[in-house]
Design a protein around this ligand. Structure first.
Ligand code: PLP
Length: 390
């Protein structure tokens, strides 16, 4: 049985006519940059995320950069983030000539550990008198929100901005003290990615910044078109961070299906949980299934399973065995950010952030998408059991 890690062709087939029609409309209009389709998806995603403003941009990576620009985080500043994320999270900080300060993650959720964040901020700000820290970028990894209540309280205490990296977690909900909030709608701003493999993926690159702050939203809109308020007059220094109309049109069609796709992802995850539990490998400690921290809090999108990530002993050998059996898997991420060559100048060494370093040797993302069948899931889990029983 051949099971790809992701099957975008199957998704396209299910909505092909609608998408093709929408694309033709954009082509007929010959309006390809910003315009009504972009305004449409901004309006619709702001409503979906329960936030006032959404600013469409060229990618999730650019959404991070433009957020830092809008918050005036730059040379000499420091930004606290997780070492266990896609490169862009820390790359954006460094691109702004600010310094990433990495805080270790929690073992269960792989998200930034609030206790360690508290310790790091206390040490840096109170004990060392470091006044350069300007912001925190928590990441809602794999589709589950970081513990925002503690993160927001610490940000308030130390007067720091919070940029939520919700690239993997569109629509994920968080049960906070002020009620249920969506990923990206809790910090100073939040970013989304529409990279094709995301839960809401375009036909190319795209991203968005979400915010409730009107001034910030206007600044973001200026920054994405070189800082120009009127054509050829530039108030501030920006760049070309615009979202294409074709991407927006595709996303508007797909947004109508997002909630049912999220539901189907969750159903696939529950089925994996069930068959793993029945298999006996969990008791033997060979495999750990992902923990859904907010499952019992009564919210619908407690996890959006952008990825279904197990911890597996002999991970690399298992991945190779699954590949030989026709099953595509992925490792997000094999080397934490603080140990990447490009960040050697920061001076981190092996052992500094042990939870992230250990996770990098154990995590394995199994195929998860609405089109995945029960038979395929049975085959994946039975292949994993076969590997350990051999
Ligand atoms: C956590 C995280 N942050 C940022 C990004 C960057 O998004 P993009 O690929 O749209 O630039 C991604 C996506 O790849 C991501 O997973």
């Amino acid at each position: 049985m051949n099971i790809p890690p992701l099957d975008l062709k199957a998704q396209y087939q299910s909505i092909r006519e609608e998408i093709n029609q929408k694309i033709l409309e954009v082509i007929s209009s010959q309006r390809f940059v910003l315009g009504s389709e972009v305004e449409g998806i901004e309006r619709e995603l702001a409503a979906y995320s329960g936030i006032k403003f959404a600013v469409g941009v060229s990618s999730g990576s650019d959404a991070l950069i433009i957020s830092l620009m809008a918050l005036e985080v730059g040379d000499g500043d420091e930004v606290v983030t997780t070492p266990f994320s896609f490169f862009a999270t820390a790359g954006a900080i460094a691109r702004q000539r600010a310094k990433p300060l990495f805080c270790d993650i929690e073992n269960k959720s792989y998200n930034i550990d609030p206790a360690k964040l508290e310790e790091l901020l206390r040490e840096e700000i109170e004990e060392r008198g470091n006044s350069n820290i300007k912001a925190i970028i928590p990441v809602h990894l794999y589709g589950q929100c970081a513990e925002m209540t503690s993160i927001l309280a610490l940000a308030k205490k130390y007067n720091l901005a919070v940029i939520e990296d919700a690239a993997q977690a569109i629509g994920a909900e968080y049960p906070g003290p002020d009620g249920v909030k969506k990923a990206g709608a809790m910090g100073s701003c939040g970013i989304l990615s529409f990279f094709p493999s995301k839960n809401l993926g375009g036909f190319g690159d795209g991203g968005m910044v979400l915010t409730d702050d009107e001034k910030l939203a206007h600044k973001l809109m200026l920054l994405r078109r070189h800082g120009s308020r009127d054509k050829y007059f530039y108030d501030i220094l920006g760049g070309n961070f615009r979202l294409d109309a074709l991407q927006a049109a595709v996303l508007r069609v797909k947004l109508n299906y997002l909630e049912s796709w999220q539901h189907e992802r969750r159903e696939r995850a529950s089925y994996y949980d069930k068959i793993f539990k029945e298999s006996g490998v969990l008791e033997e400690g060979l495999v750990q299934i992902p923990e859904a921290l907010y499952r019992d809090s009564g919210i619908k999108n407690y996890h959006t399973y952008h990825q279904y990530v197990i911890k597996a002993s002999q991970r690399d050998k298992l991945q190779e065995f699954l590949k030989e059996s026709g099953i595509g898997t992925a490792v997000y991420y094999p080397l934490p950010l603080h140990l990447q060559k490009c960040f050697a100048y920061l001076g981190y060494k092996k052992g500094d952030l042990p939870v992230a370093e250990k996770a990098a040797t154990e995590v394995l993302a199994l195929p998860i998408y609405p089109e995945l069948t029960t038979a395929q899931q049975d085959f994946i889990v039975s292949s994993i059991i076969k590997f350990y029983r051999a």
